[in-house]
Design a binder for this molecule. Structure first.
Ligand SMILES: Nc1ncnc2c1ncn2[C@@H]1O[C@H](COP(=O)(O)OP(=O)(O)OP(=O)(O)O)[C@@H](O)[C@H]1O
Ligand SMILES: [Mg+2]
Length: 472
């Protein structure tokens, strides 16, 4: 009998066919969603309206990853949420099976292969790299050595004009009280090697603009990481007459999205020299503030944008001296909510609410510039829905757009249900992200393990068929 280990059990998982190897699960239990390359068998399983990621992995790694993901969740670090482990799985024939680690599918997450498309702007790539660097620095701040930074182990979500990165694979991670310089540098070395491979693959597949040089991209990651780390933890020394540098340091950290929980300030005996060093910094400066004021749970840069709008609202409505929490409530009911209510229900799977609000503000700004007038928020919302939102692909996992995966059919590639069925003419399940990539050049064969496996499977099938024909 399989055993379930879970902090938040979902009883609907119990009746699933745990005695079957994950690779052989009936396809009607699976959903086809894009995902990164992986050594293990990974499947997305659907229970009710929820989607979980299931990964078959040996016992001690499953336990290790589950615990680490929990630790990351407790610390509020962006990572996929662990749901449970199913252990002591025995197949019907008595052969023991590896445990399965279950995590919640990260909603609105974007696979990197759809972010790196041939038309991708240098600026976008630069923002993806920044998001990655912030994630690694946040992990290092809490003493987490990842050991396997790579594009396939990161999920991206939109965050205003930028991206937020989430950790998806903690298998190789180690949690320490704090990391030494050597441990951090080792992690960055691994990141360099993996990312260089990832970028070279993207380049070979024609998915990277020519002017983007893989080695330069990797160097950028390293130098930005060092800069950020220095800003977050570096020692600063100045004379007693420059006390405003303490305040400046805190402001700079806030601007980067970090709060200083503990700043070590040392002065020498005659107060000539002052030495400061942030000892404890927490990410999420703006998102925490927005959450406190409005209860909205957003990414950091979305929060920054919404807080700016809140400030503008305060000034516009002449409430400069009113308590901030009161104004925030007013803004929520008179600005944010009306915009959300104006979004047709069928378009809501396209973007997170805070992202929609951010994009409406952008839309309004451009319209105001174009037409040289002030554009009311709701008018801009209607324009945004009509001109922008309607044409965007769904980014939330939308179960309705996924054609049901039917039983009794052989998938082209059991490792990637999104590739569809074996029979010719059969449409693969609709996948809004991958559809967008339709007009891209064909990926290089070694970019995509799944494609390689599919090709090998097709060859083997053809060979078997021709042998069967040749046998009298
Ligand atoms: N909770 C989740 N939400 C969204 N996508 C997920 C989730 N879990 C896994 N994935 C997708 O599945 C892919 C493989 O998962 P993961 O990296 O954990 O497998 P792995 O076999 O351990 O990888 P590796 O080869 O790096 O060891 C990821 O790149 C990601 O795209
Ligand atoms: Mg992985």
């Amino acid at each position: 009998m399989p055993r379930f280990i879970s902090a938040k059990p979902d009883s609907r998982l119990l009746p699933l066919p745990w005695e079957t190897p994950l690779a052989e699960w009936p396809v009607n239990l699976l959903v086809a969603l894009p995902r990164g390359l992986s050594r293990h068998v990974v499947r997305f399983i659907k229970v009710g309206d929820d989607v979980y990621a299931a990964k078959e992995v040996i016992d001690h790694l499953a336990q290790h990853e589950y615990r680490l993901l929990h630790a990351l969740m407790r610390q509020g670090t962006p990572a996929v949420e662990p749901v449970g482990i199913i252990t002591e799985r025995g197949a019907v024939d008595g052969v023991p099976l590896d445990p399965i680690l279950i995590t919640r599918h990260l909603e609105f997450s974007l696979p990197y292969r759809s972010l790196f498309s041939p038309g991708v702007r240098q600026e976008t790539v630069s923002r993806l790299l920044d998001a990655m660097v912030v994630l690694v620095a946040r992990l290092h701040l809490i003493g987490f050595k990842w050991g396997d930074v790579s594009l396939s182990n990161i999920l991206f979500r939109r965050d205003a004009d930028t991206f937020a990165a989430y950790l998806v694979d903690a298998e190789t991670g180690e949690l320490h009280a704090r990391l030494t310089r050597g441990q951090r540098e080792h992690d960055i070395d691994i990141a360099r090697t993996n990312l260089l491979g990832d970028f070279l693959d993207l380049q070979a597949g024609g998915l990277l603009q020519e002017k983007l040089d893989p080695l330069r991209l990797v160097d950028m990651v390293t130098s930005r990481y060092r800069e950020l780390w220095n800003e977050l933890t570096g020692v600063e020394e100045f004379s007693g007459g420059e006390l405003d540098r303490i305040e400046n340091r805190v402001r700079r950290l806030n601007a980067l999205g970090f709060d200083v929980a503990e700043l070590d300030i040392q002065t020498d005996a005659d107060q000539e020299t002052i030495r400061i060093q942030p000892m404890v910094v927490d990410a999420g400066h703006h998102s925490r503030r927005l959450m406190r004021l409005t209860g909205l749970d957003t990414e950091e840069n979305q929060a920054r944008r919404l807080l700016n709008d809140l400030d503008t609202y305060r000034w516009r409505t002449g409430q400069a001296h009113v308590d901030e929490a009161v104004v925030a409530h007013d803004w929520l009911t008179h600005s944010f909510q009306p915009v959300m209510n104006a979004i047709p229900a069928e378009l809501r799977a396209k973007r997170e609410p805070a992202q929609i609000f951010h994009e409406v503000l952008d839309y309004r700004w451009y319209q105001a510039q174009r037409e040289c007038r002030e554009v009311p928020l709701l008018e801009a919302t209607h324009g945004y829905v009509r001109d922008v939102l309607s044409d965007l692909p769904d980014e939330e996992l939308n179960l309705d757009v996924l054609a049901p995966v039917v039983e009794d059919r052989q998938l082209v590639n059991p490792y990637d249900p999104s590739m569809g069925y074996v029979e010719a003419g059969e449409e693969p399940p609709v996948d809004a992200w991958e559809n967008q990539a339709d007009d891209q050049p064909e990926a290089s064969p070694f970019l995509d393990l799944a494609a390689l496996r599919a090709r090998a499977a097709a060859k083997a099938r053809a060979k078997a068929e021709s042998e069967a024909r040749d046998t009298p």
